[in-house]
Design a protein around this ligand. Structure first.
Ligand code: NAD
Ligand code: UDP
Length: 320
């Protein structure tokens, strides 16, 4: 392999962060996972604890942390609506104060800094699919704003540290991602549908199910993030799967793949729920040589297989 780096993964115990840690440990880097375990559990990283090139620090990134590193992946933020709305002020603090602390570290260490932004910065988009040039349509007063506006402010901080201090930032806008280690009670659509299918609870479609999302498998996504860190682009670059499905189609697919007898029911649509979402990944193809390769049906099968292995009683809702 090339040069061994010391890499901080903030939010490294989470669904995506733990997969990044795994990959970087496998590549031989020295990996430091920093996490406050707000939305994750140790089981996501327990298999890495015996590795000599992995360590974990329980820490909340709204407070400064002093480490010497070559690269920083900032993945730390509750990502599911139910999680980020649990304590919306804390969500905003995590994005803004967490970014200031980690960008400050990047400045001091001359480290590269990758920020996990989100398709949510496009809000309920009027442009479809969404290119990076689209500036978005976010309701600043709504219940999703703590997440969306926190991420937008964090992107601004990235650009200002880049312009003022020469920090090498990498901004990625991640679209809906799923796979093994999703929190089964995070309230996201794929975790809800699979859990409901297994337990025989009704499968809850919010609204009429015509709203769309484009779902990217975890391993494809993480491959894109690692390529982004290695490339020479500041971004933002969209990373996601451009194949779009309605939520009704997703429900039918989960029922088919699980053989579930759960009925599908329709309930109220939460406020500000985006009607459509699909990434334009022209820039990712061009600059990262990246595009997803996992079909939804294949990725869902792997996710369903993982759900079969877990004990739901071991997962708890978030606590502050
Ligand atoms: P996740 O909730 O599984 O992971 C987030 C991790 O950050 C958790 O381990 C959590 O405990 C930790 N964390 C939260 N607040 C923290 C704090 N103040 N200090 C330290 N650690 C903290 O979510 P995920 O799906 O793995 O998302 C990871 C990142 O990717 C997030 O920043 C999210 O906004 C972004 N993202 C994810 C998706 C997706 O579909 N999964 C889409 C867009 C963006
Ligand atoms: N959704 C749903 N049933 C559920 C959970 C979510 O119909 O049990 C819908 C939700 O209203 C949204 C879509 O599925 O339109 C994706 O929701 P998720 O929370 O996974 O992601 P986000 O809205 O942040 O893209």
């Amino acid at each position: 392999m090339s040069q061994i780096k010391r890499i901080l993964v903030a939010g490294g115990a989470g669904f995506l962060g733990s997969r990044i840690c795994e990959e970087l440990v496998e590549q031989g880097h020295d990996v430091i996972c920093v996490d406050n375990f707000f939305t994750s559990q140790k089981s996501n990283i327990v298999h890495l604890l015996s590795k000599p090139n992995f360590e974990v620090i329980r820490h909340d990134i709204i407070h400064p942390v002093w480490l010497e590193v070559d690269e920083i992946y900032n993945m730390a933020c509750p990502a599911a609506p139910g999680h980020y709305q649990f304590n919306p002020i804390k969500t905003m603090k995590t994005s803004v104060m967490g970014s200031i602390n980690l960008l400050g570290m990047a400045k001091r260490c001359r480290a590269k800094y990758l920020f996990a932004s989100t398709s949510e910065i496009y809000g309920d988009p009027e442009i479809h699919p969404q290119p990076e040039t689209y500036r978005g349509s976010v309701n600043t007063l709504g219940i999703r704003a703590c997440y969306d506006e926190g991420k937008r402010a964090a992107e601004t901080l990235c650009m200002d540290y880049h312009r003022m201090n020469g920090v090498q930032v990498r901004i990625v806008r991640i679209f809906n991602t799923y796979g093994p280690r999703m929190h089964p009670y995070d309230g996201r659509v794929i975790s809800n549908f699979i859990r409901q299918a297994f337990t025989g609870e009704p499968i809850t479609i919010y609204g009429d199910g015509s709203q769309t999302r484009s779902f990217c498998y975890r391993d494809d996504l993480v491959d894109g993030l690692i390529k982004m860190m290695a490339c020479d682009q500041v971004g933002p670059i969209n990373v996601g799967n451009p194949i779009e499905f309605s939520i009704r189609q997703l429900a039918e697919l989960v029922v088919k793949l699980t053989g579930s007898k759960s009925e599908i029911i329709y309930t109220d649509l939460p406020s500000d729920d985006p009607k459509q979402r699909q990434p334009d990944i022209t820039l990712a193809r061009k600059h990262l040589g990246w595009e997803p390769t996992t079909q939804l049906e294949d990725g869902l099968k792997q996710t369903i297989d993982w759900f079969k292995t877990i004990d739901l009683s071991q997962y708890r809702p978030p606590t502050p």
